[in-house]
Design a protein around this ligand. Sequence first.
Ligand SMILES: [Zn+2]
Length: 371
Amino acid sequence: MIRKTALIFLSLVLMTLSFAPVQVQSKSDKAVNFNDSVTASFPGSITFNLDIEAEYQIKDIRLKYFIERKSFSNVIQEIIVENPASSDSDISVSWKWDMRTTGSLPSGTVIKYWWTVVDINDDVYLTDIKSVSFDDDGYIWNSLTQNNINLFWYYGDDDFAADLMQTCQDTLVRLGEDTGAYLVSPVRIYIYSSSYALREAIVFAKEWTGGVAYPGYGVIAIGITRSNIEWGRRALSHEIAHLVTHQMTANPYNSIPVWLNEGISMYAEGELEQDYENYLKAAVISDSLISAQSLCSPFSAYSDKSYLSYAESYSIVAFLIEKYGKQKIHQLLTVFKTGSTYDNALLEVYGFDLAGLNKQWQDYITGIYIS
Ligand SMILES: [Zn+2]
């Protein structure tokens, strides 16, 4: 089903949060009036405000919040906002969450928060738990929903969005058919009109950032227009695959090898691009392949080595799929979900460890380019 809606309502959510008076009873039945509000300024900050009318002097005010997302522990942050020991009982406080100190949150992130206030009698007052949705409201977003993909865009016509949605669906089909991996829960994709517009939506964006995935949040943000749509389709497939892989394997104990994570994303893009293939072939011929063991760690920042690392990762995943089939790689992801070590996961599923994989794959790739 394809659905299109404007998302103006998101800013309404924020408005309804503002200034709803709340009366909280303490253990000694003393009433305190609260007015609380939130001002969100995407992507830079969220300011939480609290006005208090209390019968007695207030000595301690704390804001507590947590980010709503699929994780293994919802960490509650506690901010001691002020100790107004010398102030009177009617006070206004605010606390600004500066994203430069914590890193970017993706658009649509929901934060739950509440306040605790203690007066000089040690009576404790709590506000209700409320939500704020941290949305990029610099644009009027259209949306398109199909299966587990929610696509948001503001620039370009319906056909443009349908094209990108088709790319996402094709990617899910390819991953499902060849690896058995699938999206467990819905994801959101924000299409910006350019890399520049995307970088405006990120705190501390690198100047070459064209797309970014937030696997823990199930979100992708990417700059695509008609003029770069070929690149955009590949980049979108790559990032969607990262979300799928994350959902299939995330656990509190261990990450997966980088070659598997990047290899599945490269595989999801389709055939390996010629530039990458050239690096792979040259490394085979000059006997300078990077080992599968080395590719378990983050890739080199040097572009030649980086290209080769991505190309090899594609090749290792393609080799595993071609030689051992879909069931095995699906099983591998399932074993990794339990937090298995790299060697143990491979041994359990394929009967060889990383060194064994490296040997088999190097023999295979050498056979292709040197015969
Ligand atoms: Zn990647």
